[in-house]
Design a protein around this ligand. Structure first.
Ligand code: ADP
Ligand code: MG
Length: 279
């Protein structure tokens, strides 16, 4: 089971996704072998002892839920608000193996983002560029868009640029209007979803290479893909510029935060990361 958090302006929503048991897991009849059951589209019952507990969320996706349907409930609104100038963030939280990367990116070792099991991130690109094209058609030449993206990895309190594998650790800064941002991260201009897949693929490969050559265990790192959308519209000789950010995050396994030896440092770091993401 994993939690997907999304923020849209000030609103935070929490979704739960229950993953199917891994192959080879034998369950007793019915769902008695599972630690929870899905009661409705927004409640689950945890089979806890001595009494079961019921929890309510914005949405609950059971194990049969498709990637398309998870995208629709979790991300569609956020991408739409991003077009309207609101910042948004989507991240998946849960233990290693709970399906965070599957939900956000797609099946493991797949860098084919047209795969029918592709996750929230590639689907968000497609929808964003669909909306941009539609808006451009509606508004004609008076309106234009500029999309840029960056892709960073946060590992062991250090920030690495996945779009520039040669870069050394980067730093966070706080800016009066920009909020918290990463200094010196490569920003790549995007003109289509296909280009966005390419950038994602490149960064994803860099992440995999770094995880072997630099010994960065990827289950312990956060990967943050940020898209900045700027729209420019001329209105009675006045140029209106609107800018918003969409952060799409594949978080490290949540179990590390309970690691007693590193609790202090990690908690501080996760605090900074959360501040970064929410800003
Ligand atoms: N909803 C799902 N349907 C099918 N397979 C899934 C699902 N969620 C996770 N998996 C599979 O389970 C394994 C672990 O998932 P993964 O996304 O890597 O977990 P995490 O990123 O949380 O560590 C992967 O092989 C993945 O393809
Ligand atoms: Mg993962």
């Amino acid at each position: 089971m994993l939690f997907v958090f999304s923020t849209e302006g000030d609103a935070i929503k929490v979704y739960v996704r229950v993953r199917p048991p891994s192959e080879g897991t034998v369950l007793a009849d019915g769902d008695h072998g599972l630690c929870l059951s899905v009661l409705s589209s927004n409640t689950i019952r945890l089979h806890s002892k001595p009494e079961p507990k019921i929890f309510t969320f914005d949405d609950v996706a059971d194990m049969d839920t498709t990637q398309e349907s998870v995208f629709s409930s979790v991300a569609k609104n956020i991408v739409e608000s991003c077009m309207n100038g609101y910042n948004g963030t989507i991240f998946a939280y849960g233990q290693t193996g709970s399906g965070k990367t599957f939900t956000m990116m797609g099946p493991p070792d797949s860098d084919n983002f047209t795969h029918n099991l592709r996750g929230v991130i590639p689907r968000s690109f497609e929808y964003l560029f669909f909306l941009i094209e539609r808006e451009k058609e509606k508004a004609g030449t008076g309106k234009s868009f500029l999309c840029k993206c960056s892709f960073i990895e946060i590992y062991n309190e250090q920030i690495f640029d996945l779009l520039d594998s040669a870069s050394a650790g980067l730093f966070l800064r706080e800016h009066i209007t920009k909020g918290v941002f990463v200094v010196g991260a490569v920003e790549q201009v995007l003109t289509s979803a296909a280009e966005a897949y390419q950038v994602l693929t490149m960064g994803w490969r860099n992440r995999r290479v770094a995880s072997t050559s630099m010994n960065r265990e990827s289950s312990r790192s956060h990967a943050v893909f940020t898209i900045t959308v700027e729209s420019m519209e001329k209105n009675n000789e006045v140029m209106n510029i609107r800018s918003s950010q969409l952060n799409l995050v594949d978080l490290a396994g949540s179990e590390r935060q309970k690691d007693t030896h590193t609790e202090g440092v990690r908690l501080k770091v996760s605090g900074e990361i959360l501040q970064f993401l929410f800003c």
